[in-house]
Design a protein around this ligand. Sequence first.
Ligand SMILES: [Zn+2]
Ligand SMILES: [Zn+2]
Length: 330
Amino acid sequence: MKAAVLSSGRSATDPFLQIREVPRPTIQPGHVLLRVVACGVCRTDLHIVEEDLPPLQPQLIPGHQIVGEVIEGATHELPTGTRVGVSWMGGVDGDCWYCRHGRENLCDHPTFTGYTVNGGFAEYALARTDFVFPLPAGLDDVQVAPLLCAGIIGFRSLRVAGVEPGERVGLFGFGSSASLAITILQSWQCEVYVVTRGEAHRKTAATLEATWIGEEEAKPPVELDRAITFAPSGKVVISALASLRKGGVVAINAIHLDQMPSFNYDTLLWGERQIRSVANMTRQDARDFLKIAHDLNISPRVTAFSLDDANRAMMGVKAETSDGSVVIVP
Ligand SMILES: [Zn+2]
Ligand SMILES: [Zn+2]
């Protein structure tokens, strides 16, 4: 099959991914083999190819927002041809303390799709049967792909931040994940304040009718109840913190930050303000979000690339020039 393959120790001048023929995965017990119809590109994929996250495999097929059709390993619940989604969380051990306490997103022995195992930048992909989600009809294959990580983990961020209906919420950074979260916030009658450096991203926020939009380092004109940061930058976390009312919460939706700068406790964190990280997702987050996405008819703005153009797709995410989400269609 054709796949986009990352080799560890790639030099900075090489393309991120090599497009080449590799053996098609063979079916394993407890798994389904999928024919990939689309796979979203997430900022985490960029952290993997740029080795901000340490390489775990000498050769890896990234991609963890997979839309596929079951072609082998069908079960009663997942008959052949079922359209399913696969997300970042590709499996858990099921018996560590976190799994036993309903916090499988923090599992001690997780499988991450497109990182610890091969993902979906390919014509076929293998996935654990208990970690695939039947997808609501209505959304087309390409539009549903960004919901599978950007959407689900963006939704989890709103939960971690503790957003209540009608609150003032800041979104710091406005890529794929934030552009999906804003629709949910608006359905909860929240005011949404967007701070982002990318001009394309500010335009998207305007189209999506954010309450207020500012450039990087601009401060929202009101104190925020909650803020979610999406940029992989510690400086942005501090800006978000500086925008909060007393008792407010910043949730960091980023698997990797450049660094956390030192900051003034007395003025920024005192007053029971909180900083929380958002790690991975549970299967319940996925089910809940996919239902909301269906009910709200969330339809992401998507730019599609062929598998041959996977490097161009990755560059689009890196340069923050894309409007909405980027998806690879094999
Ligand atoms: Zn576990
Ligand atoms: Zn992701």
